[in-house]
Design a binder for this molecule. Structure first.
Ligand SMILES: Cc1cc2nc3c(=O)[nH]c(=O)nc-3n(C[C@H](O)[C@H](O)[C@H](O)COP(=O)(O)O)c2cc1C
Length: 197
């Protein structure tokens, strides 16, 4: 089983990275293979809306020559896609938004002369997120966007794990968060195992 973790935070030692560390450690402990892609290290330009991808039914078919197709292949080659991001302006960060825009068009062949496949159909998707507001006010729109992205693309939405950044008032990580994000990794793994039985 493979999880790809698409990391949307620019801060390698930031809060989102701090949540990912125990999450990835737990995955390793369960024998889940992981691949982490730091999106700020990738060149994934914004979608141009040219619709050329709709004429290619057996692959992404994007006209832009950048890192998108390689990241998309990593997504398509994984059982679970984890979107790790701080909330920026009530959604994900810009590199992740560019990736999602490209993936939702190149991955869903609904708009060409001929209707085609959904290339990420059947994949599972979950998010590990951090935000400054309480999560129900900081990450609610991000979660709603994820649910609709999954519905549109035929993916299975597995949930979000989000914790609040209290700024300088409190350290971001604590025992509860470490435990709970490990439990989240376990829950994703378990639900896939149960579905396979
Ligand atoms: C540019 C910017 C925009 C932000 N926008 C929001 C927001 O809309 N809602 C929110 O709850 N927190 C917002 N935050 C707070 C971050 O989500 C929060 O501090 C997060 O834990 C940072 O994660 P990181 O350390 O991985 O970068 C924003 C922070 C930045 C820098």
């Amino acid at each position: 089983m493979k999880f790809c973790v698409l990391m949307g935070s620019p801060r390698r030692e930031g809060n989102t990275a701090a949540l990912l560390r125990p999450f990835l450690e737990e995955c390793g402990g369960m024998g889940v293979e992981t691949e982490t892609v730091w999106l700020y290290d990738q060149a994934v330009n914004p979608c141009l809306g040219c619709m050329a991808c709709q004429d290619c039914l057996d692959g992404p078919g994007c006209v832009q020559d950048d890192d998108f197709e390689e990241v998309f292949r990593t997504m398509a080659g994984s059982d679970v896609i984890i979107l790790a991001t701080p909330v920026y302006s009530f959604f994900c960060t810009a590199p992740m938004k560019a990736l999602l825009d490209r993936a939702i068009y190149a991955g869903v062949k609904n708009y060409g002369a001929e209707k085609g496949p959904k290339l990420l159909e059947g994949k599972r998707l979950a998010s590990v997120a951090t935000c400054g507001y309480p999560p129900e006010k900081g990450a609610d729109l991000w979660e709603e966007g994820l649910k609709r992205f999954c519905r549109h693309g035929g993916l299975e939405y597995m949930g979000i794990f989000c914790r609040r950044d209290w700024g300088r008032r409190e350290p971001f990580m604590n025992e509860e968060r470490d435990r709970a994000v490990r439990d989240f990794a376990q829950a994703i793994r378990m639900s896939i195992r149960e579905a396979a039985l």
